[in-house]
Design a protein around this ligand. Structure first.
Ligand code: C2E
Ligand code: CA
Ligand code: CA
Length: 654
C-alpha cells in the first residue's frame, strides 16, 4: 500500500524535491497540452464525417478547449512566485488530472476506432502510442503522473489490441508493451537521478550555508573581545576610519576616547586572574550602559578601552560623558566575597580640533590619557592646544636626548632628607640635571618622562647611578644615598643585573642605598617589579615608595612589597596646615607605617608650620625646600660638614 502511495502520489515530505519538480514540470506542461491538442485535432480531422459528430467534433472539441485553457494557464503562470504549498497542490492536481485526461482521451480514441477503415484505425493506434510517449516524456519530473498516464492509457490500449483478431495489431500491442516497459525503466532511472541531484544540491547548499555561517561567526569573533564580548581593537580601528570619513563628509565633530583602569593590575596580581577577569567584565558592562545612546565602547586590550563618540558632541558634553564613565567605575565592585575599588582615567581627542587623520586622532586621545594618568589621575582630559605644545616640546627634547653626550651633559644634585627633630641629614636624594647644548637646562620633570616614553631611560639611569654613587663615595658612612628608578629600570631582569653591577663597581656599601620607586612604576607589571625589588633587597639596599598618594594609591602595595620607607607626596604636605583631610591622611599613613615598621618621609616641606604639623603627628623625617633645596655635587661636602658642626642647621643651600 505504501509502495503504491509512493509510486502514484506526489509526496510533500521533501520540500526541495517538490520545488525542483515543480520548476521543471511547469516548463514542460504547456508542451504536453500542445502535443495533446495537435495530435487530437489530427484524429478529428481524419474521422470528421466518418464518425458521429459528438465523437469527431463535440467531445474532442470540449477536451481540446479544456487543454487549451490549461495551456494558457501554464504559459502565463510565473513559477518563481509560487510558494511551496501551492506548488505541491498544483503537482497533486496534475496527478489527478493525468488520470482523468488519460482516461477520457483513451476512451475517446478507442470509441472512434471502429468507425474508421484500416488506415484510420492504424492512425488511432499511432495517435495513442505517440501521444502517450510524448506525454510521459513531458511528465518525467512527476513520476507518479507519468506512471499513471502510462498505466491508464497503455493497459486498456494493449488489452484492446491483444483481443483484436489481427496478428499485426497484436504484434503492435506487444511492441507497445515492450516500449512501455523500456520507457518506464528510463523514467525510473531518470527520476532517481533527478531526486539524487536535488538531494546533493540540497546538501551542497546546506554545506554552503554552514560554511557561510562559520565564516560569519569567524568574522564576528575576529572583531569581538572574547572576555567582555565588546568589539575589539581591530574593530575599533575599522570603525574609527568609517566614523572619521562620515564626520568629514557631514562636517561634524567626532570624539574618540581612550579609557584606562587605575588600580586594575594590583587587583589582578593580588586576587588572581579569575577575579581580574570578572572585574573587567563588570567594568565593561557598566561602561557599556553608560555609553548607551552616546558612544560605542571597544576593548583595546588589557584594562584599556576605547570610545567613539559620534553625533557632533561639544567639548562640555565630552567631558561630562567622561566624568560619568569615571564615576561608574569608581563605585565599588562586589565580586563574590570581595569588595574591590578601582578608578579610571580617560583621554579624549576631537576631530577636527585635535587631528586630521584617524591614527593621529587616536594618538592624541592616547596622549590625553597619558597626561591624565601622569598628572590628573581619575579625570577626563580633552586633548588641547597646550598638549599639542607639549608634544612638540617633548619631540624636541627627545631629539636632543638622542644625540646628547650623557656623560658630560648629565649631572646630579642632591637634596637632603633630614630628621626634623635634630636637623641631621640622614640621606641625600639624587636628582638628575641635564644641560643640553641646544636647549639649555632641561627639568627632569620634562626629560625623565620623555626618556621613559622612548625607552631611553635605562641608558640614562646607568649614567646617573654611576655619578650618584661616585659622589656618595665621598660622604660620611652614615649618610645614605636615595636614588630614583623608573618602570623600565625594574621591568626586566637584565636591567637589574646592570644596576647591581654598577653598585658593586662603585665600592659603595649597598646598605647605604635606598631606591625610590613610584606606584606607577610597579603597577606596570607587579610580579616583575616584586622580583626585581627582592633581587635588589637581597643586596642589602632599602626600598622607598615614592610620591605615595599622588596617583592611584593602593594599600595593598604597602602590604605586599618589602618596603623600608614611604614618601608621602608633596600634595598632602602643601596644605597640611589648612586642609583637614590632608592632615588626617598623613596622620593615618604615619600610624600605618609605624605599625608595619616602615619609615614615613614627608616630601616638599617648605614652611615651619608644616614641620610643626608633621611633628604633632609623629612624622619627623622630611625633605623639602625648608630644609634644603637640591645641592650641586661640589657643595654637598661643605653642606654635610656644616651640618655636623651645627646640628640644628637647616637652610644651608638657600
Ligand atoms: P621626585 O622624585 O618626587 O623628586 C622630588 C622633586 O621635588 C624634585 O624635583 C625636587 O627638586 C622637588 N622638591 C623637593 N622639595 C621641594 C619643595 O619643598 N617644594 C617643591 N615645590 N618641590 C620640591 P626635580 O628635581 O625637578 O625632579 C622632578 C622629578 O623627576 C622627581 O620627582 C623624579 O620623579 C624625577 N627624577 C629626578 N631625578 C631623577 C632620576 O635620577 N631618575 C629618575 N628616574 N627620575 C628622576
Ligand atoms: Ca624621588
Ligand atoms: Ca617624590
Amino acid at each position: 500500500m505504501s509502495l503504491a502511495r509512493k509510486l502514484f502520489t506526489v509526496s510533500g515530505d521533501n520540500v526541495e524535491l517538490v520545488r525542483a519538480q515543480y520548476a521543471a514540470f511547469s516548463k514542460q506542461i504547456p508542451l504536453l497540452y500542445f502535443i495533446l491538442i495537435t495530435n487530437s485535432l489530427a484524429i478529428c480531422y481524419a474521422f470528421h464525417g466518418v464518425a458521429p459528430n459528438y465523437l469527431s467534433l463535440y467531445l474532442p472539441g470540449a477536451l481540446c478547449l479544456f487543454c487549451a485553457a490549461r495551456f494558457v494557464f501554464w504559459i502565463s503562470h510565473d513559477a518563481e512566485c509560487v510558494g511551496d504549498e501551492r506548488a505541491l497542490r498544483l503537482l497533486q492536481q496534475a496527478n489527478r488530472l493525468a488520470i482523468v485526461l488519460s482516461f477520457l482521451f483513451t476512451a475517446w480514441a478507442l470509441s472512434l476506432y471502429h468507425y474508421g477503415d484500416a488506415y484510420a484505425r492504424g492512425q488511432v493506434a499511432f495517435y495513442i502510442a505517440i501521444t502517450v510517449i510524448g506525454c510521459i516524456f513531458c511528465l518525467m519530473h512527476v513520476r507518479s503522473a507519468a506512471l499513471l498516464v502510462a498505466l491508464v492509457v497503455n493497459v486498456p490500449f494493449i488489452l484492446y489490441f491483444l483481443l483484436e483478431d489481427q496478428a499485426n495489431l497484436r504484434a503492435m500491442a506487444v511492441n507497445i508493451a515492450l516500449v512501455t516497459v523500456a520507457m518506464l525503466a528510463v523514467l525510473f532511472a531518470y527520476y532517481r537521478d533527478f531526486s539524487n541531484l536535488v538531494e546533493s544540491r540540497k546538501s551542497l547548499m546546506h554545506k554552503q550555508d554552514e560554511t557561510q555561517r562559520l565564516s560569519d561567526e569567524n568574522l564576528r569573533l575576529a572583531n569581538l573581545d572574547s572576555l567582555t564580548e565588546l568589539a575589539n581593537r581591530r574593530n575599533f580601528f575599522g570603525a574609527l576610519d568609517e566614523a572619521f570619513t562620515a564626520a568629514k563628509l557631514s562636517r561634524r565633530r567626532l570624539a574618540i576616547g581612550v579609557v584606562d583602569l587605575d588600580g586594575f593590575k594590583p587587583v589582578n596580581d593580588t586576587h588572581g586572574h579569575l577575579v581580574g577577569d570578572r572585574l573587567l567584565v563588570e567594568a565593561a558592562r557598566r561602561m557599556e550602559l553608560c555609553c548607551e545612546g552616546v558612544a560605542r565602547l571597544y576593548r583595546l586590550g588589557g584594562d584599556e578601552f576605547a570610545l567613539i563618540v559620534a553625533g557632533d558632541p561639544s567639548d562640555r558634553a565630552i567631558i561630562d560623558f567622561g566624568r560619568r564613565l569615571i564615576a561608574v567605575i569608581r563605585a565599588p565592585f562586589y565580586l563574590g566575597e570581595l569588595d574591590v575599588r578601582i578608578g579610571s582615567s580617560v583621554g579624549f581627542a576631537v576631530f577636527p580640533d585635535s587631528a586630521d587623520t584617524p591614527p593621529r586622532l587616536y594618538e592624541r586621545a592616547d596622549y590625553a590619557l597619558y597626561y591624565a594618568k601622569r598628572h590628573k589621575r581619575g579625570e577626563a582630559i580633552l586633548f588641547s592646544q597646550e598638549h599639542e605644545e607639549q608634544i612638540r616640546k617633548y619631540g624636541v627634547i627627545e631629539l636632543a636626548l638622542n644625540s646628547a653626550d650623557l656623560e658630560s651633559e648629565l649631572s646630579m644634585v642632591f637634596q637632603p632628607i633630614v630628621d626634623a627633630r635634630t636637623g641631621r641629614t640622614l640621606a641625600l636624594e639624587a636628582l638628575a640635571r641635564w644641560t643640553s647644548p641646544s636647549l639649555g637646562e632641561v627639568s627632569p620633570a620634562n626629560f625623565i618622562p620623555v626618556a621613559e616614553r622612548s625607552g631611553f631611560i635605562r641608558r640614562l639611569t646607568k649614567v646617573l647611578l654611576r655619578k650618584a654613587l661616585a659622589a656618595a663615595n665621598d660622604w660620611p658612612e652614615q649618610v645614605r644615598l636615595s636614588f630614583n628608578l623608573s618602570a623600565h629600570d625594574i621591568s626586566a631582569a637584565d636591567g637589574v643585573l646592570q644596576i647591581i653591577d654598577i653598585i658593586h663597581r662603585s665600592g659603595v656599601d649597598p646598605r647605604r642605598i635606598d631606591f625610590e620607586i613610584t606606584e606607577t612604576t610597579i603597577a606596570h607589571d607587579f610580579d616583575q617589579a616584586c622580583e626585581t625589588i627582592r633581587a635588589l633587597k637581597a643586596l642589602g639596599v632599602g626600598i622607598s615608595l615614592d610620591d605615595f598618594g599622588a596617583g592611584y594609591s593602593s594599600l595593598s602595595h604597602v602590604r605586599n612589597l618589602p618596603l623600608d620607607k614611604i614618601k608621602i607626596d608633596r600634595s598632602f604636605v602643601v596644605d597640611i596646615t589648612t586642609n583637614e583631610i590632608s592632615y588626617n591622611v598623613v596622620k593615618a599613613l604615619q600610624s600605618l607605617s609605624a605599625d608595619i615598621g616602615v619609615t614615613c618621609v614627608a616630601e616638599g616641606v617648605e614652611r615651619p608650620e608644616q614641620v610643626l604639623a608633621l611633628a604633632s603627628i609623629g612624622c619627623n623625617i622630611a625633605q623639602g625646600y625648608y630644609f634644603s633645596r637640591p645641592i650641586a655635587e661640589p657643595e654637598v661636602a661643605a653642606y654635610l660638614l656644616a651640618g655636623e658642626r651645627e646640628p640644628g642647621y637647616r637652610r644651608a643651600a638657600e
